[in-house]
Design a protein. Structure first.
Length: 433
């Protein structure tokens, strides 16, 4: 300001310059539109629009939640998100913790290691390039004609955060994958594609390998498919005990999950999800001490029964802090603590339902599902039988569209994605082809 005033007093200062100058917004709009990412939303406290969006000092949303979503979150009670030690001294399952490479308990994995030293995604050779970039099949069609990574809004959000122009910091996401030592050969593809995009990343396994980021987390009962419920109880307890306070959201899936992290992060930062996490009436301002638990993923109606909704474990599910704390602190001690079963996704939903936390509807505005339980091409070509109850998928699905419109354009997760398809999806989605 002082320099500007001194310049105006100079005899060589042009007259009438104020009338000749254009505002920065004009320059952005007409000369350099790329700079739109740096613009901060104008907030004129005296404007009519601002008055309409404020109520008792709280910010109203530009669009309210629909009745169905409001009914879902209204069932749940707000949760104080301050950390509560539930470990019991790490003497019993599911809080025994993890072992290091020598089998000693007390190991805490560096969940930021992958982010710090991410492996590059490269084609192995020309044949690999040809194979990954082949065109025409259903997977290629869904990934080029419908599903895409919203890199434009992602990069804009990154720039705003980098230059301090964002109202809030970007959502921090912890990604948790589960596997066993036998399938450690599946981990490198995850690490070089989507895993490195998470703020925190860990692979829960039966063997700790720092180079791979795998962590042995023992649990009650045998290590087998029919006991995944106990494995998941110990995994989430370990995550809560060690990483809860560092992250905003937590996503879990198997070693054949492909996660589009940019789309997931933008969805979690959306006004809709921020509104839902704050009870559905007002947007949070960042000072809240409590939060509405959110259980996000692909909803299924068990046996077609919409009173028994659960989230498919295939493409995984995402929880906010309130949901994770509620599950570990209040749910695990009282909800089937010693049961042996494979259906961990149904069990998690059952425990949440007992506490009035229901799976949230994560469809986009066009009715497309964001969390997909199969490969992209399967969703493109699948259509239900005349009687939807004749096929489990159509019977379990809830108010969905079919064909190309089944998937949201900004889908966040796909299932049954083994190494070759994982690398191929990555090459197509991120324009390596």
């Amino acid at each position: 300001v002082r320099i500007a005033e001194e310049a105006q007093q100079s005899p060589t200062f042009p007259s009438g310059l104020g009338k000749k100058c254009r505002p920065f917004s004009w320059y952005v709009e007409n000369v350099h539109p790329e700079l739109k990412i740096y613009q901060v939303e104008e907030n004129d406290e005296g404007s009519d629009s601002n008055k309409l969006n404020m109520s008792n000092g709280k910010t109203l949303p530009s669009k309210p939640l629909d009745d169905q979503r409001m009914a879902i979150i209204s069932r749940a009670s707000p949760v104080n998100i301050a950390y509560v030690d539930a470990s019991g001294g790490h003497t019993e399952d599911p809080h025994m913790g993890a072992t290091d490479e020598n089998g000693n308990f007390g190991y805490v994995h560096d969940e930021t290691a992958l982010v710090k030293t991410p492996p590059a995604f490269v084609f192995k050779d020309d044949m690999d390039h040809t194979e990954l970039c082949k065109k025409g099949d259903p997977n290629w069609k869904m990934l080029t004609e419908k599903v895409y990574v919203d890199l434009t809004n992602h990069e804009a959000a990154e720039k705003r955060a980098e230059h301090g122009l964002a109202k809030k910091k970007r959502a921090k996401i912890f990604c948790l994958v589960y596997t066993i030592e036998k399938f450690h050969d599946r981990v490198p593809a995850i690490r070089e594609t989507w895993g490195k995009k998470c703020d925190g990343f860990m692979v829960a396994s039966t063997k700790t390998d720092k180079a791979l980021g795998t962590v042995n987390i023992p649990h009650e009962g045998p290590e087998e498919y029919n006991n995944i419920w106990q494995k998941v109880r110990s995994m989430w307890s370990y995550v809560y005990d060690n990483y809860y306070e560092k992250y905003d959201y937590f996503h879990i899936g198997g070693d054949d999950l492909y996660l589009i992290v940019e789309n997931l992060r933008l969805y979690l930062e959306s006004e809709e999800i921020q509104l839902a996490s704050n009870g559905g009436h007002y947007l949070p301002d960042g000072t809240e001490e409590s939060q509405t638990p959110l259980f996000l993923g692909r909803r299924f109606a068990e046996g077609g029964d919409r009173d028994r909704m659960f989230i498919s474990g295939g493409s995984g599910y995402t929880m906010n802090k309130a949901a994770l704390k509620t599950l570990v602190v209040d749910g695990f001690p009282n909800c089937f603590p010693h049961l042996k079963t494979f259906s961990e996704d149904v069990m998690v939903a059952t425990c949440f339902r007992k506490m009035d936390i229901l799976p949230y509807d994560t469809k986009d505005d066009a009715g497309g599902e964001r969390y997909m339980p199969f490969q992209p091409g399967h969703h493109l070509t699948y259509f239900p039988p005349k009687n939807p109850k004749d096929d489990w998928y159509s019977n379990y699905s809830v108010d969905v569209k079919w064909g190309k419109d089944h998937c949201a354009a900004k889908s966040v997760a796909f299932h049954y994605i083994k190494e070759d398809l994982m690398r191929r999806m990555h090459a197509i989605l991120y324009h390596y082809c």
